[in-house]
Write a protein that binds this ligand. Sequence first.
Ligand SMILES: Cc1cc2nc3c(=O)[nH]c(=O)nc-3n(C[C@H](O)[C@H](O)[C@H](O)COP(=O)(O)O)c2cc1C
Length: 277
Amino acid sequence: MTSNPSNHARYGGPEMAIDGPKTALIQTLLSRRSCRDFSDRVIDHQTKHLLFTAAQSAPTKSNLQQYSLIEIADPSIRQSLQQLFPSVAWAISAPLLVVIVGDLHRTQQINAAKGHEFRWDAADAFLNASVDASLALGFMIAAAESLSLGSCPISTIRESTAAIIRLLELPKGTFPICACAFGYPTQKHTTLSPRLPQSVVVHQDRYQPVDMDAIHGYDQTLTEVMGEPKPRYPERYGMPRESTWSDNLARQTSVRERSDFQSSCEQQGLWRRDQMD
Ligand SMILES: Cc1cc2nc3c(=O)[nH]c(=O)nc-3n(C[C@H](O)[C@H](O)[C@H](O)COP(=O)(O)O)c2cc1C
């Protein structure tokens, strides 16, 4: 047992235990890590059903449930995904692959069927659907973890948003958020990825300025636990003397990634009200 939360492996410490009630759920959440290596073991129908029920148990804005979960079972669709995104072939071949979709289409259809006009502000509508979908995904991941299943969300699929929209026949008002791969892990224990200290993320009453010393400390912790991160965009920025989490954050966010996402969303009628069906 430890009295100092920063000793927990979640913050790079040596301990897995933490003070406070150790419910099975807390233990499951605190030890979750992404899994990128799945065995061939099939996930049975009942388990899948449980995972989807857990996803649907998440809170949802006004109970509008503005997301859809697309299980990808058709081998020809899996094959197309493999061709589109070879860097995540390991995820696309996972026993269960689900695409998480923000879904204003269903809302708009019901709205129209009742003779109304959809008049929500585009950004607010987009955010509501994104939050609903993210919570559903989070619940599904937590449920998977509690059933000894591994998982990994995959936003790589947004590198070709237009292709995903075509392949999965996503109607206007919908947008892909990410895929998520599920399966039984081949390795029992992989390293737990440490998070920023709570002092950086949890604010008391008012927003506190960013503590760059704490960020520097986190860089060191992450490198100690996970090894020096592979530098992002070396072709643009060269090889750093020492690669760190914050250096990579700066490199990654200085490059415009996924340039077809916004235009694809516009095509789906998500940003311009005049395009909404
Ligand atoms: C929305 C989202 C998209 C992600 N996309 C990818 C991805 O495309 N490829 C990948 O290997 N991991 C992906 N991840 C997993 C993150 O890299 C991972 O959660 C993060 O590095 C922290 O590690 P942990 O999950 O083991 O704690 C994604 C995670 C989220 C939440």
